[in-house]
Design a protein around this ligand. Sequence first.
Ligand code: ATP
Length: 452
Amino acid sequence: MLPNESQRMEKIVSLCKRRGFIFQASEIYGGLNGVWDYGPLGVELKRNLKDYWWRVMARERDDVVGLDGAILTHSAVLKASGHVDTFSDPMVDCRTCKARLRADQLPEKKGAKQCPLCGGTDLTEARPFNLMFSTQMGASADPDSIAYLRPETAQSIFVQFKNVLDTSRKKLPFGIAQIGKAFRNEINPRNYIFRSREFEQMELEYFCRPEQGMELLDYWLEERLKFYENIGLPREKLHVLTVPDADRAFYSKGTYDIEYDFPFGKQELEGVAYRTDYDLTQHQKGSGKPLDYFDEETKQRFTPHVVEPSAGVDRTVLALICEAYAEETVTDDKGKTETRTVLRFHPRIAPIKAGIFPLLKNNGQLVSKAREVQALLRPHMNVFYDETGAIGRRYRRQDEAGTPFGITIDFESLGERDESLRDTVTLRHRDSMKQERVSISHLARRLADAIL
Ligand code: ATP
């Protein structure tokens, strides 16, 4: 990482803790490596991201339905999918400092692989390390009682394919969408929430006829790029990697990785893969139950193929925060300059949509009007009422939280100076810091349009 990028990353991590976006899990007991908790602002940001994904990928489409599968998974499912035998990363040990490392991520110096922690070159041979977390179901400890925490959300979609098909009566092509937790015992969790051991995925399995696979792969790539632009990641910072044959899963006929320019380099946000009929075929073989499709028109029976856009919630949250973070020099009304830290979130995903500020906290009329505005907006969006401190400081606090709008209730709002301004407020825009006068009766509509 370049020094200024590493400094930027440090500032982001510190802001996230200070403002309540992200905390280390089990922190008061020393923390649990590779596991994170989302605080009051983080949970709203994450929820907005997931809600927007669900809206455009499932609810606004006629051809997609949803599923919420269990996390605990039967070992036979993951045996059939190949995870039990092959879901592993190559691991090496550093004999000098005893670190466990991922063999495919080691830095090289003068042709020799090095330990990134101590610089040592005395490393063991690489051996596969299975990334799945297993657990014991019930009281008996025999091998049959082993279950797994799912390493991806996709498998429950394949396993429930027939139930969903029969109950939703969809015709090909159609998709099943799911958002949920997944778990991988990563050898080296790193880069903050980018690579963790517990994370969330947003996955769509889009089933189709074999001849539609390649075209749909490109279609979904474009849809997904549009999605990232619509939440505020600019196109020029998104990159499409066509995964070369040698790096692709053997059953995939085409895979793209969508990458983003993080401060620590260009890294994957999402994989879009044409997985052929591999998954359904494996589960038909494993379970002995049919998972095929009968085409009424052609009277043909076949196993559908699938295209899978698979995105990481936490990685996208991190990209959104990195993209939004800005420091700038601003001049106040008295000509004094200062640095303001601002998170320029797209209003659609911002954790708080509007701050509501009575100009003075000890004026009953201002406070009760501000509470009225709060009650008016609350059913439609997440707003934050704040009456403490100078108004400038209250604005800055919301700038740092990424709140796109500030609503100030002042004496004009009470009609004290000019009757025509009664029941209007000052609406401040976070990025331009411009202010305008808006009637309270127009506020809900105005803001709802901006955050849709
Ligand atoms: P990587 O190569 O970075 O380990 P992957 O190619 O194994 O990722 P997939 O199995 O394709 O990842 O999973 C789909 C998506 O799930 C990824 O694009 C990523 O957004 C997310 N994801 C996977 N592993 C993790 C993790 N350990 N922490 C956070 N998100 C993850």
